[in-house]
Design a protein around this ligand. Structure first.
Ligand code: 3PG
Ligand code: MG
Length: 402
């Protein structure tokens, strides 16, 4: 992959930077009361490359998406609050363009001096960004490309998307992978030939989201620890009743297949021995700890239990490498955060090289009060890191290698 060094002298050149500034926002309930960024991890991760280019005298034009608007402007998905935070972190002004390829973008970019930084409005306000139609995407990409003399892709979180700003623009301009993308890829590559024992901790709500990656991880991992909503499909596959817990009936056969494969390959699968089950999906619902094979019919499991937390910690203590993707329970609600906290603590205590995969939930690790420096690497990409480990081709990386 080409790097920023390969672009040569960028002074005076307009350099588009595709970052992933897709941060969680909280909106005030009063109109005009503004939005608050609840975790700025992705903005912070994007700063070094923007600063590097600005320091080198480039006219930096940052572009990103936020959320999943449907190809038209929607105020709650505006990147404007992110421009403010980016400026604070950079310690220099960030000119905000109120559109992506329209008049505001053109005049904002034209007004940049060497070293200045601009941010375009949310790319997904234009249907061309995510279009499946090559022509429509290409037209939008051409208009973006007209705003720059080179493009740097630094948004690792979007390299699995064949989107105009990630893929098509790269075909039209001198291009390079940003330092964040290079670092993320280097870390993930390490997981394909890991130091052992290698444990993978998977959580999150759906088995179906993780089918491909589970199949691939079973070829590499020594241990697979499973929690989160997806665990109930595993418990059910083992013949246990799971009450009203999340269950994907249509995945039961696939899960049985994984369990058989794991056994064949000598991969140790570790499931919770107890769960916190509540009367409703609510923080204030009545909840208790039950053995994993004795979940009452009228309850739903919302976290792994304390004995499971200890079990998982003991299975992580002697590892050399850990990849963790997905929370162990509904950590957003305090009564169901302990399982996720226990795994995070176990990773902090273990000597392993630990990689925490993924977007909004990596933010949770910070919100639970853990110092990100205690982990080997907190990825900015959820879907992207999973698809990488699944062995899929990531269009945003392939095109950077051309
Ligand atoms: C993410 O949140 O994983 C990235 O920003 C990509 O967002 P997307 O899943 O909406 O494409
Ligand atoms: Mg996402």
């Amino acid at each position: 992959m080409k790097t920023i060094d390969d672009l040569g002298d960028v002074r005076g050149r307009r350099v588009l930077v595709r970052s992933d500034l897709n941060v969680p926002l909280e909106h005030g309930d009063q109109p005009g009361s503004g939005a608050r960024i609840t975790d700025d991890g992705r903005v912070r991760a994007s700063v070094p490359v923007i600063k590097r280019l600005s320091d080198a005298g480039a006219r930096v034009v940052v572009m990103s998406h936020l959320g999943r608007p449907k190809g038209a402007p929607e105020a709650k998905y505006s990147l404007e609050p992110v421009a403010g935070r980016l400026a604070e972190l950079l310690g220099r002004p960030v000119a905000f363009a109120a559109d992506t390829v329209g008049e505001s973008a053109a005049s904002t970019v034209a007004g940049l001096a060497d070293g200045d930084v601009a941010l375009l409005e949310n790319l997904r306000f234009d249907p061309g960004e995510t279009s499946k139609d090559e022509t429509e995407r290409g037209e939008f990409a051409a208009r973006l490309a007209a705003l720059g003399d080179a493009v740097v892709v630094d948004g690792f979180g979007v390299v699995h998307r064949k989107h105009a700003s990630v893929y098509d623009v790269v075909k039209r301009l001198p291009h390079a992978a940003g330092d964040l993308v290079l670092k993320e890829v280097e870390v993930l590559r390490r997981l394909t030939d890991p130091e052992r024992p290698y444990a993978v901790v998977l959580g999150g709500s759906k088995v179906s989201d993780k089918l491909g990656v589970i199949a691939n991880l079973l070829k590499v991992a020594d241990r697979l620890l499973i929690g989160g909503g997806m665990v109930f499909t595993f418990l059910k596959a083992q013949g246990h009743e799971v009450g009203r817990s999340l269950l994907e009936e249509d995945q039961l056969d696939a899960v049985r297949g994984y369990l058989a494969q794991a056994e064949e390959r000598g991969v140790e699968v570790v499931l919770p021995v107890d769960v916190v089950a509540a009367t409703a999906f609510a923080a204030d619902a009545e909840h208790d700890v039950y053995a994993a094979d004795a979940i009452p019919a009228d309850r739903l499991g919302l976290d792994i239990g304390p004995r499971s937390g200890e079990l998982f910690a003991s299975k992580l203590a002697d590892t050399a490498t850990v990849f963790w993707n997905g929370p162990m329970g509904v950590f957003e609600m305090a009564p169901y955060a302990d399982g996720t906290r226990a795994v995070a603590q176990a990773l902090v205590d273990a000597k392993a090289f630990s990689v925490v995969g993924g977007g909004d939930y990596a933010a949770a690790v910070r919100q639970l009060g853990f110092d990100e420096k205690a982990f080997g690497h907190i990825s900015t990409g959820g879907g992207a890191s999973l698809e990488y480990l699944e062995g899929k081709e990531l269009p945003g990386l392939t095109v950077l290698s051309d």
